[in-house]
Write a protein that binds this ligand. Structure first.
Ligand code: HEM
Length: 377
């Protein structure tokens, strides 16, 4: 485990060529859904990252905000129905909202999970992330003995989940190709990429780490206390010697404990206190990384900068460059709509100040949901 911010930067950024892969292994024949950026290694990862990065540039994502807006309308309708002072698990509602956004921006389909909690898309999403015994065992194998999965050709997801995503994608691609229908979504961008071999590139924006600069303090403080991914991992690809002489041998797994760095009083005094103003001064380099860091940083960071404010309630200052205004337009319209109509308060059902995280889930997920009371203004 690496905890020194200087060494964290070495592993994630300056000596990336020694630590370029995560610890996961992929057997794409047995588990085709595993063949994605997060798990891929070496040249396959490099190739795909280069091809896909431009799709996440701001220019390419302009259309996304129209789609998000449609989902926000649905969210608003749900709040209207629920705003009678009843206790509402906002985590569940936001999960449905997120599924709608992903389905519509990713696949161009509208599962309307917000309206219909038992829609197939939501059921599959719930099943995929459910910390049941099978999923927990699979996670253990992935993290501890990934080779075992390869040797025994173990399927990492159920046939149902596998078939759902493969069939959905195949059907959409077939429909687009056979009818010539063009939609604004990632499938369309991928089709374009496949046909032309490239899309217009605007990579500079996503390579710069602008999480800190671009985000309102409220939002980055929430991600400090509750980083969605509590730890990063990297595999050492060739022997490496740290400045203090410690040798990290090839094949060793290196862990960067984001959650504990974010809550270390040395870098963030009174770490459990919600103090957005602490970000008036930049944090020590290598101590704050909710989206990871270096060339393998989260590719969804850019669209998320626009999405997150809705979940976390941050408002950015007026002004700034075009990009800021663009994200700002998306967030302020959503916030304005919600805050104009409703008052939100914590429900007594939460019964504690600090949100307890579910120890069975690898991402930071509240153990008991987050209950709010919503009142119409
Ligand atoms: C609040 C939401 C999210 C958070 C906090 C988050 C955080 C992270 C973190 C910590 C990593 C690991 C980075 C590293 O190892 O240095 C990661 C990787 C990744 N994320 Fe996210 N993520 C979020 C949502 C998303 C979304 C919505 C997408 C897709 C649109 C996405 C796509 C990815 C991909 C593809 C990777 C792997 C990148 C690579 O290895 O090249 N993430 N994310």
């Amino acid at each position: 485990m690496i905890r020194d911010p200087e060494y964290v930067n070495i592993v994630l950024k300056s000596s990336f060529d020694h630590f370029s892969d995560r610890i996961f292994l992929v057997d794409e024949k047995t588990n085709p859904l595993d063949e994605h950026l997060f798990f891929l290694r070496g040249n396959k990862w490099r190739y795909l990252r280069n091809k896909i990065s431009p799709l996440f540039s701001q220019v390419k994502l302009k259309w996304m905000y129209e789609e998000i807006d449609k989902c926000v309308n649905l969210f608003d309708e749900c709040l209207a129905e629920l705003s009678d002072g009843k206790d509402l698990d906002i985590k569940e509602l936001l999960a449905r909202y997120t599924t709608d956004v992903v389905a519509s921006c990713g696949f161009g389909i509208e599962p309307q999970c917000l309206k219909n909690p038992s829609s197939e898309f939501r059921k599959i999403g719930r099943e995929y992330f459910d910390p049941n015994k099978i999923n927990m065992r699979m996670l253990f194998l992935r993290l501890s003995i990934p080779r075992l999965l390869m040797w025994f050709k173990i399927k990492t997801v159920s046939a149902k989940i596998n078939n759902f995503f493969l069939t959905t994608t195949k059907n959409i691609l077939h429909h687009r190709r056979s009818t010539g229908v063009v939609r604004k979504d990632f499938v369309q961008l991928l089709l374009e990429l496949k046909e032309k071999g490239t899309v217009e590139i605007d990579t500079t924006e996503i390579e710069k780490d602008e999480t800190y600069k671009e985000s309102p303090n409220e939002k980055i403080e929430t991600l400090r206390i509750y980083p969605s991914v509590p730890a990063l991992n990297r595999e050492c690809m060739k022997d490496f010697t740290l400045p203090d002489g410690t040798v990290i041998e090839k094949g060793l797994h290196v862990l960067v404990p984001i959650l504990s760095l974010h809550r270390d009083p040395k870098y963030f005094p009174e770490p459990l206190e919600y103090k957005p103003d602490r970000f008036e001064n930049p944090p020590v380099n290598g101590t704050y990384m909710p989206f990871g860091d270096g060339p393998r940083t989260c590719i969804g960071k850019l669209p998320l900068l626009a999405l997150l404010p809705f979940c976390c309630g941050g408002i950015q200052q007026q002004g700034g460059n075009q990009r800021k205004r663009f994200a700002e337009a998306a967030m302020t319209s959503v916030l304005a709509r919600s805050l104009e109509k409703y008052k939100f308060e914590l429900s007594p059902m939460n019964n504690c100040g600090d949100i307890k995280l579910n120890p069975k889930v690898i991402t930071s997920s509240p153990l008991h949901g987050i209950f709010l009371r919503i009142h119409k203004l």
